[in-house]
Design a protein around this ligand. Structure first.
Ligand code: ZN
Length: 298
């Protein structure tokens, strides 16, 4: 079929316009791409030189999104609400709630309610996502967000203060400072309701004066996982978390171990990427933790 001459001209015009565009407007883009490509080996070399092989991103459980035994959900006191209604609200089943709470449900106490992927994604989209912190995995995480000291480690009137006191309002989320196994979760003298975590490197961390303890002895926890709600129990003059770091039962200065990231806002990111719906509800919730399935130690 013969093409009309008009169209051929049009086509030639298009070609020359394309050429002009490449030579003018797109030249910058092409140059930029070239430079970027050339820089990639240099940048990766610089990254390798930096001491970032210990860098990890940690999700900090907050009031809305919490973790327990590898699942996403929230600690809830059901009160007058039925478990059926709770399950419906969080997109789970009564059986799942029962299972993760070791078969016992007590509506007057905190129960962990797993949440569906849809519910989680909705929370993140509404801006309730957790804060994410890029830290050196060898450091400890602050047990409460936005911490401020009311008392530091060392001598103080009446004797030695063996930890740091972090003021916070009652029922603030208390976070595990590092991965480890719960070695104590009960009343402990002046520390009131206290949790201790045995970490893999031999250090033990203590969290005192809580209102409610959420973990059991022998259970494995992850850094950034909620372990208690804070309070004012034991020998305490106001709501706070008493945090201790011990090695061979000797109390060390926690400030030597704490990651400074929480007080460096540039290291803090907001959780904002919804999970892949392809992963499915249960698998997705575990997958988000970015680690293998967590099974509680008996
Ligand atoms: Zn204290």
């Amino acid at each position: 079929m013969n093409k009309p001459i008009v169209n051929q001209k049009h086509s030639e015009n298009n070609r020359s316009r394309t050429l002009r565009t490449i030579l003018t407007g797109r030249t910058h883009l092409v140059l930029l791409m070239g430079i970027t490509l050339a820089l990639i080996p240099l940048l990766s070399l610089l990254a390798a030189e930096g001491d970032n092989q210990h860098e990890v991103v940690v999700h900090l459980d907050n009031d809305h999104i919490q973790t327990f035994r590898g699942r996403l959900g929230r600690w809830v006191v059901p009160g007058g609400e039925s478990y059926g209604s709770l399950a419906y609200r969080f997109g789970t089943t009564v059986e799942e709630i029962r299972a993760i709470n070791d078969g016992t449900l007590d509506r007057s106490r905190y129960n962990f309610v797993p949440m569906s992927l849809d519910y989680y994604n909705q929370l993140v989209q509404e801006g309730y996502g957790r804060r994410m912190l890029r830290i050196d995995e060898r450091n400890m995480l602050w047990p409460v967000e936005r911490p401020h000291y009311t008392s530091r480690y060392g001598n103080r009137r009446g004797g030695m203060h063996l930890g740091v006191d972090l003021a916070c309002s009652p029922n603030t989320v208390v976070l595990a400072a590092g991965d480890g196994v719960i070695s104590h979760s009960a009343w402990y003298g002046g520390l009131g309701q206290a949790v201790a975590i045995q970490h893999d490197d031999g250090l033990v961390t203590w969290y005192g004066h809580n209102n409610q303890l959420l973990v059991k002895v022998g259970e494995r926890v992850r850094r950034g996982q909620i372990i208690a709600f804070s309070g004012n129990t034991g020998r305490s003059t106001g709501p706070h978390v008493h945090f201790e770091v011990r090695y061979m039962n000797v109390a060390l200065n926690p400030e030597d171990f704490l990651e400074q990231g929480l007080i460096q806002p540039n290291l803090v990111l907001q959780e904002e990427s919804p999970l892949d719906p392809e992963l499915g509800t249960n698998m997705g919730a575990s997958a988000l933790l970015g680690q293998d399935e967590q099974t509680p130690t008996p």
